[in-house]
Write a new protein. Sequence first.
Length: 51
Amino acid sequence: MEMMHDIMKLQIAEELGLLDKVNNEGWKSLTAKESGRIGGILARRKKKGNG
């Protein structure tokens, strides 16, 4: 289940145009706003049952 969570996070980061930043600088390089957007989208998708 954890692996699916990580895959979804990467997919969302890519959709938001943040994947290069994550790959080059790591998750900690994201702003609170960027992290929050990823977390919010991830939570909505999981609630819908898509993860």
